[in-house]
Design a protein around this ligand. Structure first.
Ligand code: PLP
Length: 429
């Protein structure tokens, strides 16, 4: 076998053609661009074009691209060692990060944290941990929920196209709740939403699985991939209470909603509830692959020695980046900044709702805002228009334009991005 050399210096057109022949189509892309460099809330492509970034690498760059403190932390760690494997020679940044997350996650009592590489791994391991802690097997998740693409995570994910189509058989003992009683329907009163949620849970316990068999219920406070649809607060509280009544662990999937995005470090804090297990990834480590599961010490200590872990989980570079992220979150008050960004975005989105008859709904929690359009085809046209005008933005559930801009975005960049979005909506109207 001959050694291949890496080709460099290609234009975007050349790279697209190389991508088509070398990489499978299954790895979708939002825009036909290749990044050259990025900083804060901006990305430059290899042809030199600049974009305002409303995607943040799908909710990963809440502290902004190439934050100097993250870059410095990763460089400093890389110069000492990049990998020893946590299971071989342990290192302080892992323990230190676990200690900090144990303090930040507002679950009462002693807590522990374990690290993995991806959101999917966090969700899979949360189920293993919940099963070990409860000696029960079943899992409840929601239609339109998204928890990742590995087999168990995919089974919990409640959407067929494009996620699970053609990939069965799926993991056993996963039961899905309809989403409507729990998410959206902001016009419902608290008592209506609570009644709807309790009825839906009773229905599952009557016709699908006895509650004594359920280890955990996994819930995103705001459906992410499912369409940026916030849970109704009273429904979320009902899930919390029913889980407690039935001895079921409540696992909050904060992979997309977390790390300041929704106006608090974790979105569940905005709902005034406390979960039993918290799942984190994405903006935890500003682009280094890292996910975490935090829970009460007795829950996390349930699996046996050797039952949890992996070669790369809690990699030192990723832990160094995450430790810098936690400093930045506090120093730059990014959860508060998310509230201010969200107010601006939602005000503009509400104006778009007035102006364009094809806008179905403007909604959001903090800076996690969605603009639902009447069709996925129209949303795709808007994205294309926006890209041409220098705004990188993406959809959720096909027809919902979503905002995941870095929280360090300047007011001028934010206004410019929203102006471009308005021009793009006008262009397809
Ligand atoms: N959970 C939620 C709520 C997500 O939004 C995602 C990814 O978008 C995942 C889990 C899966 O994360 P990953 O893509 O890192 O496996």
């Amino acid at each position: 076998m001959s050694v291949t050399t890496r080709r460099t210096g290609s234009t975007q057109a050349e790279l697209l053609s190389r991508r088509a022949s070398a990489v499978p189509r299954g790895t979708f892309h939002v825009a036909p661009i290749f990044a050259d460099r990025a900083s804060g809330a901006r990305i430059w492509d290899v042809d030199g074009k600049e974009y305002i970034d409303f995607c943040g690498g799908i909710g990963v760059q809440n502290v902004g691209h190439c934050h100097p403190k993250v870059v410095a932390a990763v460089k400093a760690q890389a110069e000492r060692f990049t990998h020893t494997c946590w299971h071989v020679a342990m290192y302080e940044p892992y323990v230190g990060l676990a200690e900090r997350l144990n303090e930040l996650v507002p679950i009462p009592g002693p807590k522990k944290t374990i690290f993995f590489n991806s959101g999917a791994e966090a969700t899979e391991n949360a189920v293993k941990i919940a099963r070990a802690a409860t000696s029960r097997q079943a899992v409840l998740s929601f239609e339109r929920g998204f928890h990742g693409r590995t087999l168990l995570a995919l089974t919990m994910t409640g959407k067929v196209k494009p996620y699970s189509e053609g990939f069965g058989p799926f993991a056993p003992e996963v039961y899905r709740l309809a989403y409507e009683p729990f998410f959206g329907g902001a016009g419902r009163s608290d008592s209506e939403a609570e009644r709807d949620a309790r009825t839906a849970l009773d229905h599952v316990f009557s016709y699908q699985i006895e509650p004594q068999q359920v280890a955990c219920i996994i819930m995103e406070p705001v459906l992410g991939e499912g369409g940026f649809l916030p849970a109704h607060p009273a429904a979320m509280r009902a899930v919390r209470e029913v889980a407690r009544e039935r001895g079921i662990l409540f696992a909050a999937d904060e992979v997309q909603t977390g790390f300041g995005r929704c106006g608090a470090l974790f979105a569940f804090e905005r709902y005034g509830i406390v979960p039993d297990v918290v799942l984190m990834a994405k903006s935890l480590a500003a682009g280094l692959p890292l996910s975490a599961v935090t829970a009460g010490a007795s829950i996390l200590d349930a699996p046996q020695v050797g039952g949890l872990g992996g070669t790369y989980g809690g990699n030192p570079l990723a832990c160094a980046a995450a430790n810098a992220v936690l400093d930045i979150m506090a120093e730059e008050k990014l959860p508060q900044r998310a509230l201010a960004i969200g107010e601006k975005v939602l005000a503009r989105f509400r104006a778009f709702e007035e102006r364009f008859d094809f806008v179905v709904e403007a909604r959001g929690l903090g800076a996690m805002c969605g603009l639902e359009l009447d069709s996925a085809a129209r949303a795709a046209d808007v994205l294309k228009q926006a890209l041409g005008r220098g705004l990188l933005v993406m959809t959720a559930n096909g027809n919902v334009i979503r905002t995941l801009m870095p929280l360090v975005i300047s007011d001028a960049e934010l206004e410019r991005g929203l102006d471009v979005l308005e021009e793009s909506l006008a262009a397809v109207g």
